[in-house]
Design a protein around this ligand. Sequence first.
Ligand SMILES: [Ca+2]
Ligand SMILES: [Ca+2]
Length: 166
Amino acid sequence: MVEGDLRITGTGANAVTLGGNGAGLEVQGLLDLRLGARGDTVKLEGVLVTGSAGITTGGGADAVFIDDDTAAGSVFHGAFTLTTGGGGDGFRVSSDGSSVTTNFDAAVGVKLGGGGDALALATVGAIVFDVPAGLPVVFDGGGGTDSKAVTDGNLTGHAPTFLHFP
Ligand SMILES: [Ca+2]
Ligand SMILES: [Ca+2]
């Protein structure tokens, strides 16, 4: 458990895993993760964040996974934002090895930026957008030729908005 905010800043080609190994990680505050211009990998496995969660991966071909190898799904009580910048990036939520449920309880803003990015939502597990009606849930592919794989039947709650995907 982290009693307070968790801030991580990287510059090289970083591989960051929070939680995992069946244990998960609780952050009692905000999560602020900022990476640099090279290709980074970020994995959030069974995390519970009570504050807002913000991830910026910078340039390069970055890969961000939520709940691909965990016994329990992540819970984001605060707003969730991801900005991956240029490069062909990947963002996968409950779409790999673990059939768990990821919960988003506040606004969700994902910007994949330039380059051909790949988005996958709930192709294996499930996602609950327990988001108040007035708040946005937006996945923006940005420039480039982006792709998405979304299993609608595994999504519940506030319907997401997809921008700049074919
Ligand atoms: Ca990067
Ligand atoms: Ca893009």
